[in-house]
Ligand binder design. Sequence first.
Ligand SMILES: [Mg+2]
Length: 189
Amino acid sequence: MSLFTPHYTFRAYFHLTADFLKEQGINTLLLDIDNTLAPYEQPLPDERLKAWLSSLCEAGIAVAFLSNNHSERVELFNGELGLGCRYDAHKPLTGRAKALFRSLGGTKKTTAFMGDQIFTDVCCARLCGARAFLVPPIWDRRDRGTRFKRRLERGILKRYYKKHPDQPDVREGNPITEEIREQMESEHT
Ligand SMILES: [Mg+2]
Protein backbone atom coordinates (compact mmCIF):
# COMPACT_ATOMS: atom_id res chain seq x y z
CA MET A 1 0.00 0.00 0.00
CA SER A 2 1.33 3.36 -0.97
CA LEU A 3 0.11 6.65 0.41
CA PHE A 4 0.19 8.01 -3.11
CA THR A 5 -1.67 5.27 -4.95
CA PRO A 6 -5.35 5.68 -5.79
CA HIS A 7 -7.72 2.72 -5.42
CA TYR A 8 -9.57 3.65 -8.62
CA THR A 9 -9.22 6.28 -11.30
CA PHE A 10 -11.92 8.00 -13.38
CA ARG A 11 -11.59 10.30 -16.38
CA ALA A 12 -14.23 12.65 -14.90
CA TYR A 13 -16.25 12.89 -11.71
CA PHE A 14 -19.51 11.94 -13.48
CA HIS A 15 -18.11 8.53 -14.44
CA LEU A 16 -18.46 7.53 -10.80
CA THR A 17 -21.92 6.11 -10.11
CA ALA A 18 -23.98 5.34 -7.04
CA ASP A 19 -24.10 1.69 -8.13
CA PHE A 20 -20.30 1.47 -8.15
CA LEU A 21 -20.11 3.04 -4.69
CA LYS A 22 -22.68 0.57 -3.36
CA GLU A 23 -20.80 -2.38 -4.83
CA GLN A 24 -17.76 -1.10 -2.96
CA GLY A 25 -19.68 -0.75 0.31
CA ILE A 26 -19.26 3.03 0.25
CA ASN A 27 -21.98 5.20 1.80
CA THR A 28 -20.01 8.44 2.26
CA LEU A 29 -18.24 10.41 -0.46
CA LEU A 30 -15.98 13.41 0.19
CA LEU A 31 -15.36 15.58 -2.85
CA ASP A 32 -12.60 17.99 -3.66
CA ILE A 33 -14.00 21.01 -5.55
CA ASP A 34 -11.26 22.80 -7.50
CA ASN A 35 -10.28 21.03 -10.71
CA THR A 36 -12.23 17.93 -9.66
CA LEU A 37 -15.80 19.22 -10.01
CA ALA A 38 -15.17 22.63 -11.58
CA PRO A 39 -12.25 24.82 -12.62
CA TYR A 40 -11.10 27.50 -10.16
CA GLU A 41 -12.79 30.17 -12.27
CA GLN A 42 -16.25 28.62 -12.03
CA PRO A 43 -17.90 29.97 -8.88
CA LEU A 44 -21.09 27.89 -8.95
CA PRO A 45 -21.97 24.25 -9.69
CA ASP A 46 -23.40 23.65 -13.18
CA GLU A 47 -26.50 21.62 -14.06
CA ARG A 48 -24.59 18.40 -14.79
CA LEU A 49 -22.91 18.51 -11.39
CA LYS A 50 -26.20 19.21 -9.62
CA ALA A 51 -27.85 16.25 -11.40
CA TRP A 52 -24.94 13.96 -10.53
CA LEU A 53 -24.99 15.02 -6.86
CA SER A 54 -28.76 14.42 -6.72
CA SER A 55 -28.34 10.94 -8.19
CA LEU A 56 -25.90 10.07 -5.39
CA CYS A 57 -28.01 11.60 -2.64
CA GLU A 58 -31.14 9.84 -3.93
CA ALA A 59 -29.26 6.54 -3.77
CA GLY A 60 -28.55 7.18 -0.09
CA ILE A 61 -24.91 8.23 -0.42
CA ALA A 62 -23.88 11.00 1.99
CA VAL A 63 -21.90 13.58 -0.01
CA ALA A 64 -19.81 16.49 1.28
CA PHE A 65 -17.13 18.88 0.05
CA LEU A 66 -13.63 18.69 1.48
CA SER A 67 -11.58 21.58 0.14
CA ASN A 68 -8.29 23.25 0.94
CA ASN A 69 -9.71 26.44 -0.51
CA HIS A 70 -11.11 29.26 1.64
CA SER A 71 -14.57 29.77 3.09
CA GLU A 72 -15.69 32.29 0.41
CA ARG A 73 -15.09 29.88 -2.45
CA VAL A 74 -16.51 26.80 -0.74
CA GLU A 75 -19.56 28.46 0.82
CA LEU A 76 -20.52 30.17 -2.42
CA PHE A 77 -20.13 26.92 -4.38
CA ASN A 78 -22.13 24.98 -1.80
CA GLY A 79 -24.68 27.74 -1.15
CA GLU A 80 -27.56 26.40 -3.21
CA LEU A 81 -26.65 22.75 -2.61
CA GLY A 82 -26.44 22.94 1.17
CA LEU A 83 -24.26 19.84 1.49
CA GLY A 84 -21.85 19.16 4.30
CA CYS A 85 -18.52 20.89 3.77
CA ARG A 86 -15.15 21.72 5.26
CA TYR A 87 -13.08 24.53 3.80
CA ASP A 88 -9.43 25.10 4.78
CA ALA A 89 -9.31 21.33 5.16
CA HIS A 90 -5.50 21.19 5.22
CA LYS A 91 -5.36 18.00 3.14
CA PRO A 92 -3.36 15.78 3.36
CA LEU A 93 -3.71 16.30 7.12
CA THR A 94 -6.55 14.10 8.28
CA GLY A 95 -8.17 15.92 11.23
CA ARG A 96 -10.87 17.79 9.36
CA ALA A 97 -11.43 15.03 6.83
CA LYS A 98 -12.10 12.45 9.55
CA ALA A 99 -14.37 14.84 11.45
CA LEU A 100 -16.33 15.41 8.24
CA PHE A 101 -16.95 11.79 7.28
CA ARG A 102 -17.72 10.84 10.87
CA SER A 103 -20.27 13.66 11.07
CA LEU A 104 -21.99 12.05 8.06
CA GLY A 105 -22.05 8.61 9.68
CA GLY A 106 -19.16 7.28 7.60
CA THR A 107 -16.24 5.20 8.79
CA LYS A 108 -12.89 4.69 7.08
CA LYS A 109 -14.25 1.47 5.59
CA THR A 110 -17.38 3.09 4.14
CA THR A 111 -15.86 6.38 2.94
CA ALA A 112 -14.26 7.34 -0.36
CA PHE A 113 -12.53 10.59 -1.34
CA MET A 114 -12.47 11.92 -4.88
CA GLY A 115 -9.92 14.49 -5.99
CA ASP A 116 -7.45 15.53 -8.69
CA GLN A 117 -4.24 15.67 -6.68
CA ILE A 118 -2.17 12.74 -5.49
CA PHE A 119 -0.27 14.61 -2.78
CA THR A 120 -3.34 16.14 -1.19
CA ASP A 121 -6.51 14.20 -2.06
CA VAL A 122 -5.21 10.66 -2.53
CA CYS A 123 -2.72 10.96 0.30
CA CYS A 124 -5.37 12.33 2.69
CA ALA A 125 -7.75 9.46 1.88
CA ARG A 126 -4.97 6.91 2.36
CA LEU A 127 -3.87 8.42 5.66
CA CYS A 128 -7.49 8.20 6.84
CA GLY A 129 -7.64 4.56 5.77
CA ALA A 130 -10.44 5.40 3.30
CA ARG A 131 -10.79 4.73 -0.44
CA ALA A 132 -9.01 7.12 -2.81
CA PHE A 133 -10.48 7.97 -6.25
CA LEU A 134 -8.41 10.10 -8.62
CA VAL A 135 -9.58 12.18 -11.61
CA PRO A 136 -7.46 14.29 -13.98
CA PRO A 137 -7.40 18.02 -13.15
CA ILE A 138 -9.94 19.98 -15.22
CA TRP A 139 -7.88 23.12 -15.73
CA ASP A 140 -4.39 23.03 -14.36
CA ARG A 141 -2.37 25.98 -13.15
CA ARG A 142 0.84 26.36 -15.10
CA ASP A 143 3.02 27.80 -12.34
CA ARG A 144 6.31 26.12 -11.53
CA GLY A 145 5.09 24.55 -8.30
CA THR A 146 2.19 22.81 -10.05
CA ARG A 147 4.36 21.69 -12.96
CA PHE A 148 6.84 20.17 -10.54
CA LYS A 149 4.09 18.38 -8.62
CA ARG A 150 2.59 17.03 -11.84
CA ARG A 151 5.97 15.67 -12.86
CA LEU A 152 6.23 13.73 -9.60
CA GLU A 153 2.66 12.52 -10.10
CA ARG A 154 3.50 11.22 -13.58
CA GLY A 155 6.11 8.86 -12.11
CA ILE A 156 3.59 7.50 -9.63
CA LEU A 157 0.93 7.12 -12.32
CA LYS A 158 3.29 5.27 -14.62
CA ARG A 159 3.81 2.62 -11.96
CA TYR A 160 0.12 2.58 -11.10
CA TYR A 161 -1.02 1.89 -14.67
CA LYS A 162 1.58 -0.79 -15.14
CA LYS A 163 -0.15 -2.66 -12.32
CA HIS A 164 -3.69 -1.58 -13.24
CA PRO A 165 -3.86 -1.40 -17.04
CA ASP A 166 -7.64 -1.88 -16.86
CA GLN A 167 -8.24 1.45 -15.10
CA PRO A 168 -9.22 4.58 -17.10
CA ASP A 169 -6.04 6.57 -17.67
CA VAL A 170 -6.10 10.02 -16.03
CA ARG A 171 -3.03 10.98 -18.08
CA GLU A 172 -5.32 11.21 -21.10
CA GLY A 173 -6.96 14.23 -19.48
CA ASN A 174 -10.42 15.19 -18.34
CA PRO A 175 -13.22 15.39 -20.95
CA ILE A 176 -14.50 18.53 -19.19
CA THR A 177 -11.28 20.30 -20.25
CA GLU A 178 -12.15 19.63 -23.91
CA GLU A 179 -15.65 21.00 -23.40
CA ILE A 180 -14.30 24.21 -21.88
CA ARG A 181 -11.79 24.59 -24.70
CA GLU A 182 -14.46 24.14 -27.36
CA GLN A 183 -16.69 26.64 -25.59
CA MET A 184 -13.87 29.21 -25.45
CA GLU A 185 -13.14 28.69 -29.12
CA SER A 186 -16.77 29.10 -30.13
CA GLU A 187 -16.94 32.33 -28.12
CA HIS A 188 -13.94 33.69 -30.01
CA THR A 189 -15.23 32.91 -33.51
MG1 LIG B 1 -8.27 19.99 -6.55
